[in-house]
Design a protein around this ligand. Structure first.
Ligand SMILES: NC(=O)c1ccc[n+]([C@@H]2O[C@H](COP(=O)([O-])OP(=O)(O)OC[C@H]3O[C@@H](n4cnc5c(N)ncnc54)[C@H](OP(=O)(O)O)[C@@H]3O)[C@@H](O)[C@H]2O)c1
Length: 272
């Protein structure tokens, strides 16, 4: 019975991961969310599913993830086959900001520090908390996937002229480096550890933010990408993106350890 933990599973991409993984008849899925009570979309999805366990865990607070790992361990006999770290701070009010969009340096510092705690330290906290369970897995390949973003990729920042998304992009870049460092550390223990880009995904259906503001954000982003690079990007549905991501995850091989992969397969590249 393959076991999956999806960290940051209340809505958006994480929620769709839970839905698609739970549809695999033999899978057990742990949906880690910072507020189980308020995760209404997840609760609705999980209500009819026996193989989904909703567990509390805030990626900015390591002790809560230690507790989450303990709860998972009690159900799986101390094992976990695959960790998908998805949680991120993507507040529509701040995510698209450039350096000069902050009123003052205190406001900039506060936003960066908040984003760093969730986007950069978050994956380190998740991986560390679940590592003993992953190490105990009997799976042929133990898998750790951190969901990354082109906003944190140097080439993409240049190709798409991404002067904005400063806190989000820089903190996602730090997460990619952290993920690769875990990959190198765990390479001789049967692990494949990767960063995986989902592509642009419209998560407005399950968002807590203003839906129109999110759609405007996607439109402004795709227009600026087209103007900068000539590349046309269209937002995918969560269903399409996660189906593609799961194909990549199912097919992960040792040779991919430490890479930043695209949901379409192969290494992430701004030019595709
Ligand atoms: N959507 C895209 O186009 C896109 C593109 C590139 C990369 N990504 C990446 O894909 C991932 C998911 O994005 P999304 O679009 O689905 O975002 P989203 O709809 O904003 O969902 C973010 C998720 O992270 C959770 N989260 C935030 N802070 C947390 C914390 N401290 N502890 C635990 N969970 C926390 C949220 O839970 P709450 O409900 O509790 O807030 C929510 O479940 C992110 O890593 C993002 O960087 C997305």
């Amino acid at each position: 019975m393959p076991s999956y933990a999806v960290v940051g599973a209340s809505r958006g991409i994480g929620l769709e991961y839970v839905r698609q993984l739970a549809s695999r008849p033999d899978a057990v899925v742990f949906a880690i969310v910072r507020n189980p009570e308020r995760s209404s979309h997840l609760k609705a999805v999980a209500a009819s599913l026996q193989n989904v366990h909703i567990i509390a865990g805030d990626v900015a607070d390591y002790s809560t993830l230690e507790k989450a790992a303990k709860q998972v361990s009690e159900i799986t006999n101390g094992k976990l086959d695959c960790l998908i770290h998805n949680a991120a701070h993507m507040d529509i009010n701040t995510a698209y900001k450039g350096f000069d969009h902050y009123t003052n340096m205190e406001e900039l510092d506060a936003d960066f520090i908040h984003a760093f705690k969730i986007n950069s330290l978050g994956p380190i906290h998740s991986i560390t908390a679940f590592l003993p369970l992953l190490r105990a897995s009997n799976a042929r390949t133990k898998k750790i996937i951190v969901i990354g973003s082109g906003a944190g990729d140097l080439k993409a920042v240049q190709t798409f002229n991404m002067t904005n998304m400063v806190a989000y992009g820089m903190t996602k870049a730090a997460a990619t480096i952290a993920t690769t460092k875990f990959a190198l550390t765990l390479k001789d223990e049967g692990f494949v550890v990767v960063t995986l880009s989902p592509g642009l995904v419209d998560t407005s259906d399950t968002a807590t933010a203003d839906r129109d503001a999110m759609l405007e954000g996607y439109a402004a982003f795709t227009t600026s990408v087209k103007n900068a690079s000539g590349i046309e990007i269209t937002a995918q549905t969560p269903e399409t993106s996660i189906a593609a991501q799961l194909k990549v995850i199912d097919g992960l091989e040792a040779s991919q350890n430490g890479l930043f992969l695209a949901h379409t397969g192969g290494e992430y590249s701004a030019a595709r």
